[in-house]
Design a protein around this ligand. Sequence first.
Ligand code: NAD
Length: 403
Amino acid sequence: MTTPGIGQEVKGVIPGGPVGTTVTPVVVAVPKELAPGEQRVATVPEVVQKLTKSGHEVRIEHDAGTGAYYPDNLFTAAGAKIISSRTELLEGARIVLRVQPPTVAEVDQLAEGTIIIGFMNATNNLEAIARMRDRKITAFALELVPRITRAQSMDALSSQATAAGYTAVILGANNCPKFFPMLTTAAGTIRPATVLILGAGVAGLMAIATAKRLGAIVDAYDVRRAAGEQVRSLGAKFLELEINAEGQGGYARELTPEEKVKEQQMVSAAVARADVVITTAAIPGRRAPLLVTKETVATMRPGAVIVDLAAESGGNCEMTQSGKTIHEHGVTIIGPQNLPARVPFHSSQMYAKNLQSFLALLVDKDGALVKGFTDEILVASLLVHAGEVRHGPTRELLSGGKP
Ligand SMILES: NC(=O)c1ccc[n+]([C@@H]2O[C@H](COP(=O)([O-])OP(=O)(O)OC[C@H]3O[C@@H](n4cnc5c(N)ncnc54)[C@H](O)[C@@H]3O)[C@@H](O)[C@H]2O)c1
């Protein structure tokens, strides 16, 4: 299997472009996601149409969009080629777009020099990263895209956190024995449900907005005081501690042991009052902070629900089991995995737009691949290139902690 070098590609004509305009068509391949429960797809017909109009050849693996309700025929109508064999799909492909990181076996299917873009989750995929390094694959990790204004349209962490925050509230409402809104009916007045959101980052803010739209009374808490204004602007009450743990780059820092005690006292009182608690607290590169202890769960009302969005990184609730729903003291504790995959149509649409914006950095105005990866967004997100792991922390993990 061979992939042409940048200088060796065949020249073609931009469909619909000015007469005589030639471009270097870039072959973009989109495999079907094979990870269990993954329903999303890395591109959607609307984006395919834009890519093919710009002169790229887009190949979609048969059934790649079916799980997200984008059937093959919509991709064909948008100008893509549907290909059943993975080998044929990847033959000559210059760029591969994915949602989930590739497995080692999937890396082995790629030709040297292929550019692969998607979430790479390096800490949990060191073997595949090492294989990409050894096979001279170029990998861009979307989770490493810097959170700067210019990169907002490529911020897949944010788009997928938006999907997760929305879905968490729907899941909470679905498991709650109460209505969310206040109702005045002939059969009496129903008091609105109280929803508590812990962590008011991207997912938390979306959860607040969704719970408000459903008519609940919403309280929220975050260790970053700056989040207070955003919480209040959504019509929710911000629970304030005297701690402000704003760390680097707008993220939270880890609390000191004394701060953690104060936080848990305040959080426990708010959790005990809530009908639904959505937890979204995270600190980059660390285990999720523990906010709800098992003693606090024991003080909750019967029928209360916890949806722990941090389940996959250790959980914000001590009792959470990742991927499971458990019942303790009449409380339902849900530890969902991959919530964006539960709204695959729109999470794929947002993700595909993120990738479209990212691709615009990799392709120049003539439709050819850029010669070097000098843009600061490309530099920051370049995980593996030319036989080297470019991301320092991942390189250290691979060398067993040695720099
Ligand atoms: N392009 C941009 O400018 C851009 C894009 C997205 C996000 N951001 C900012 O980045 C920051 C992080 O967003 P995120 O959603 O990715 O964060 P995240 O997923 O890392 O964390 C979620 C939230 O948990 C909070 N948290 C951490 N420890 C906590 C604790 N002990 N108790 C309560 N809350 C705790 C964090 O402050 C954060 O708001 C935010 O300030 C957000 O506004 C900026």
